[in-house]
Design a protein around this ligand. Structure first.
Ligand code: GLV
Ligand code: GLV
Length: 319
């Protein structure tokens, strides 16, 4: 009997085909709606593999409901939705999808950075609304990027890819990381700073650190107060790394100049969210890795990871 692999979101066919020979694939067949918790737990009663996305909380309760589970293959590079320690206790292997999304996510970080600094959404909206009546000397003016300093908080693979793009913009590259990375300093001319110094010196701060117990609310009221009043904060990692209430206050009071956000403390956010009442903030719906090619590659990699474990082979990208 082939092992049951439960896939918690409708994925592209070519990703599903990766599993069809080796597994009995069961699928939550909707793309824009997460599987209800009770359905998920019920489906996992006899499943040996789970392909999850970041809306699924994999915790003690889920693991208890899934006695045969051997692998949780998350279709994301981040895995803060998974209690990895609990998985270890239950002998469940956890995998993620690094590398395949690095350049795509760095592109989006830059798109968001530029959109925020040059107020692209506000400008496009003005044209669409018929509000473009004349050329105006200071209308919709933003901030320069060229020649400024870029501060990267969390210098991993994506941080490096963001920094590489900054070279074309003549930027000074600064970073903070748990450990300094001399090889990156050499390759990209990046300079390591304490978090405190990074906050004070960066014109643009790009947050790329994973969400862990240590990084939750790493950027709060005190940290925002240290930033330049002309600074832009860009977050493309996980919302809870930033204290969102403090961020809203800082943006409202001009403590910093603007923010470009792809992630939030609680997703999705609705149209009444305080961040959306601000004119100096650009909000995207968690689309960092959202290109056809990359999402397909992530789906294929996640399914391949699960299949490998179920066949008794090594997963390609274990956590
Ligand atoms: C998306 O946010 C990911 O972690 O891949
Ligand atoms: C603007 O369009 C300029 O020519 O300065």
């Amino acid at each position: 009997m082939r092992p049951v692999l439960y896939i918690a979101r409708k994925l592209p066919d070519e990703a599903l085909r990766v599993a069809e020979n080796d597994c009995e694939v069961r699928l939550w067949d909707r793309e824009s709606e997460p599987v209800p918790r009770n359905v998920l737990l019920d489906q996992l009663r006899d499943a040996e593999g789970l392909v999850s996305v970041l809306t699924e909380r994999v915790d003690e309760e889920l693991l208890k409901a899934a006695p045969r589970l051997k692998v949780v293959a998350n279709m994301a590079v981040g895995y803060d939705n998974i209690d990895v320690e609990a998985c270890r206790r239950h002998g469940v292997i956890v995998t993620n999808t690094p590398d395949v999304l690095t350049e795509t996510t760095a592109d989006l970080a830059w798109a968001l950075l530029l959109a925020t600094a040059r107020r692209l959404p506000q400008s496009a909206e003005l044209v669409r609304d018929g509000g473009w009546t004349t050329w105006s000397p200071l209308g919709l003016t933003g901030l320069d990027i060229y020649g400024k300093s870029l501060g990267i908080l969390g210098m991993g693979r994506i941080g490096e890819a963001v920094a590489r793009r900054a070279q074309g913009f003549g930027m000074t590259i600064l970073y903070h990381n748990r450990r300094p990375r001399p090889e990156v300093e050499e390759r990209l001319g990046a300079r390591y700073l304490s978090l405190d110094a990074l906050l004070r010196e960066a014109d643009i701060l790009v947050i790329l650190t994973p969400l862990t117990a240590e990084t939750r609310h790493l950027i709060g009221r005190n940290e925002l107060a240290k930033m330049k009043s002309t600074a832009i904060l860009v977050n493309v990692s996980r919302g809870p790394v930033v204290d969102e209430e403090a961020l809203v206050d800082a943006l409202r009071q001009g403590v910093i100049w603007g923010a470009g956000l792809d992630v939030y403390e609680r997703e999705p956010i609705g149209a009444d969210h305080p961040l959306l009442q601000l004119d100096n903030t650009v909000c995207l719906p968690h689309i960092g890795s959202a290109t056809v090619a990359t999402r397909t590659a992530m789906a294929r990699l996640a399914v391949q990871n699960a299949v490998n474990v179920l066949k008794g082979e090594k997963p390609l990208t274990p956590v």
